[in-house]
Design a protein around this ligand. Sequence first.
Ligand SMILES: Nc1ncnc2c1ncn2[C@@H]1O[C@H](COP(=O)(O)OP(=O)(O)OP(=O)(O)O)[C@@H](O)[C@H]1O
Length: 253
Amino acid sequence: MSDSTVIATKNLNLWYNEKHALQDITMDIEKKKTTALIGPSGCGKSTLLRCFNRMNDLISHVKITGQLLLDEEDMLCNGMDVVALRKRVGMVFQRPNPFPKSIYENVAYGPRVHGINDRKELDTIVEKSLRHAALWDEVRDRLNDSALGLSGGQQQRLCIARTLAVEPEVILMDEPCSALDPIATAKIENLIEMLKEYYTVIIVTHNMQQAARVSDYTGFMYLGKLIEFDKTTTIFEHPNEDLTENYITGRFG
Ligand SMILES: Nc1ncnc2c1ncn2[C@@H]1O[C@H](COP(=O)(O)OP(=O)(O)OP(=O)(O)O)[C@@H](O)[C@H]1O
C-alpha cells in the first residue's frame, strides 16, 4: 500500500448467501482523488461501496473474505470499532435523507454524538461544513428552519454537510444525484470537484458522463468483477478491455 493510498482491497470476495456478488476485487483508492464505480445494474457497485464503511454488516446473510485496509488498518478484523470507522468513512445516499430537525441540528448531530457540546464550537463546525457543502449562502439566515423545507438538491448538499461535520477522510456517495434535476446535479458535481482538496470521494454512478466529469479514477465492474480500473481518461478514451469499451460506448448496460 503506497503513501497515497487510503483504502486498499486485495482479493475481496462477498457472498449474499450463495450469491457471489464481489469476486476477487483488488484495487487501491488514492487519497484526495475522486474514484467512480461504474457498470450495469446489479454488477456490485453499491455492494463494494458499502464494504468501505462496513455497511454490509447490517445484512445478516453476508460473508466477506480477503483484505480491506483503511490507512493500513484491517477494516474486517473483529475488533474494528465500526462507529469510529464510519466517522472516518462517511456516506451520502441516493435519496437525500435529512433528519426531521432544523438545518443547524442536522449538521450539529454528528459532532454532538462524538461529544462536542460547546455552542460556539458547534456554530463554527456548522458554518464550516455548510460552506464546504456550498450551501451556507442559501441557508445562513434560516438555520433554525426545518431541513425538510429545503429543495431536494439543497437537502442533498445538507446531507453532504452533515457528513463533513465529523471530518471524515473518505466520503462514499451512492448515486447522489439520481433523485435530482440537472441544475441540482450540476451543483453537486461542482461540489465534488471542490471536495477533493480535503477529502477522498468514491462515487457510484449510473451516469457515465458524470463519472467522466467528476472522477480522476474509474473502476468498471461487470457481474461482480472489477474488469478494469484506471485513470478516468484511460477508461473513457482508450480502455484496455473490450468489455469496458463495449460498455462505455453503449453497446450493453
Ligand atoms: N441485501 C442483499 N441480499 C441479497 N442479494 C443482494 C443484496 N444486495 C444486493 N444483492 C445482489 O447482489 C448483486 C449486486 O448488487 P448491487 O446492488 O451491489 O449492484 P449495483 O451494481 O449497485 O446495482 P444498481 O446499479 O442496480 O444499484 C445483485 O445481483 C443484487 O441482486
